[in-house]
Design a protein around this ligand. Structure first.
Ligand code: ATP
Length: 432
């Protein structure tokens, strides 16, 4: 079902997924903070990406670069000159909009007259060191990719990889978006997961296809409904001048089909630019075939926050249970922030100790939660709202028969499992 975004935003706050940044000071537009379960879930998404892209490929290695880099990097990449959005201002209410987000020449909010479009660079500028002069200007990176190109030679040498091979990175990026919107979908500070895969020209199309297929499969594997995922090739007039081709992986959000990830064949543009600007030869020497070339690049670039929003929107469901509305996040166990919650049926000595011991033991293998407050029904609902796949209840019988009740989130079915089988049972079901 296509869900109501307001409900999702309020659930995110209530249950500790996402808060407005600096809320007690009135908020910071375009910035968001992840709460206890949001932080867990974000880590899961990044780990799942890293596992699939780096760990499962012997020809992909990782790196972790600094956010502030030499400003020449952004001249070479074209960001200083070209990373701009056209923006228009309303002459009446003074609000600012992206020109491609408004139709006509009237303000979408107050119908006032708009200015002509003006280019606005999206990079955040800062000064490094004590002097705030032109020589000290630096930028917060607007993408993680450029550090990979800038370190291409070092990584190539130390990793002893041969083309085709890739370098992957996860990290924060910053863009001074004119109109941050749709919750965490478009923010000013966000995280990217990027892979630059270096190939020989002529093999680029086959690798491009490989990565498009692989990345789509990953979305299915983390539980996204396939009918809400599509691949949209860019039209010729949308392509950056250096890109040979580009596709967006899109998801059908409540606010329409939107980009989650871009996959581009970037030719040898990036390494050639850095060669020109740095004076360092960015070539790969193929010792076996005795040739030397600047590799071509297939890039996959995904946003962690957008994927988290996708997973949440895709998993959200409401249903009637015994006359009440049950809100449940039907996450794949892989992304669920808490895998299992443990409850003593009553707040009574004996039950509390046993439940506590069971939870302490499960903690070693999975993320857990212990809850003894309120009725069992209320405790189930709390876990449903954060998408916990399994709840384990310890009752008086458990003291006798050494077994516990496991309740599954989606079917709400309950099963009795012996304590010595519990961990195996759960790790099997959770595919840990
Ligand atoms: P858009 O057209 O939506 O501004 P883009 O085409 O400029 O995005 P890319 O530069 O291709 O985006 O960035 C790669 C990925 O990084 C995007 O697919 C998205 O998941 C993520 N991303 C980009 N900008 C933002 C943002 N402002 N907030 C959150 N995620 C972002």
């Amino acid at each position: 079902m296509l869900i109501d975004m307001d409900k999702l935003v309020s659930l995110c706050k209530r249950r500790g997924f996402i808060f407005q940044s600096s809320e007690i000071y009135g908020g910071m537009n375009g910035c968001w903070d992840y709460g206890p379960v949001g932080a867990e879930m974000k880590r899961n998404i990044k780990d799942l990406w890293w596992k699939d892209v780096v760990q499962m490929h012997d020809n992909v290695v990782g790196m972790d670069a600094s956010i502030i880099m030499h400003p020449r990097i952004w001249e070479a990449s074209g960001h200083v000159d070209n990373f701009k959005d056209d923006m228009v201002d309303c002459k009446e209410c003074k609000k600012r909009f992206r020109a491609d987000h408004v139709e006509g020449d009237r303000c979408p909010e107050c119908k006032g007259e708009l200015t002509q479009p003006r280019a606005f660079n999206l990079m955040f500028k800062t000064n490094v060191g004590a002097l705030a002069d032109a020589a000290s200007i630096a930028y917060l990176r607007p993408e993680t990719a450029q550090a990979i190109f800038a370190q291409f030679l070092n990584v190539l040498t130390c990793s002893r990889q041969r083309v085709p091979f890739g370098i992957a990175q996860i990290g924060k990026s910053f863009r001074n978006e004119i109109t941050p919107r749709n919750f965490i979908f478009r923010s000013r500070e966000f995280e990217q997961m990027e892979l630059e895969f270096f190939v020989e020209q002529g093999t680029d199309e086959q690798w491009n296809k490989y990565w498009i297929d692989r990345r789509i499969q990953w979305y299915y594997d983390i539980g996204i409904e396939p009918k809400r995922i599509r691949v949209r090739p860019h039209e010729q007039n949308e392509l950056a001048h250096y890109a040979k081709s580009c596709v967006d992986i899109e998801y059908e959000f409540p606010f329409g089909w939107q980009e989650l990830e871009g996959i581009a064949n970037r030719s040898d543009f990036d390494l050639s630019q850095h060669q020109n600007f740095s004076g360092k030869k960015m070539v790969y020497r193929d010792e076996i075939n005795k040739k030397e070339f600047i590799p071509w690049v297939i890039e996959t670039s995904a946003g962690v926050d957008r994927i988290l929003l996708t997973v949440m929107a895709d998993a959200y469901s409401e249903e009637e249970v015994e006359g009440e509305t049950r809100v449940v996040l039907r996450f794949s166990p892989k992304v669920a922030p808490i895998k299992v919650a443990v409850f003593p049926l009553f707040k009574k000595t004996g039950l509390q100790e046993l439940a506590g011991n069971i939870e302490q033991d499960l903690r070693k293998s999975m993320s857990t939660s212990y809850d003894e407050i309120g009725s069992i029904g209320k405790r189930y609902r709390r876990q449903d709202e954060i998408g916990t796949p399994y709840c384990v209840t310890i009752d008086y019988e458990s003291l006798e028969d050494k077994a516990v009740t496991i309740r599954e989130r989606d079917s709400m079915k309950q099963e009795r499992v012996s304590m010595d089988q519990l961990k195996n049972y759960l790790t099997g079901k959770l595919e840990l």
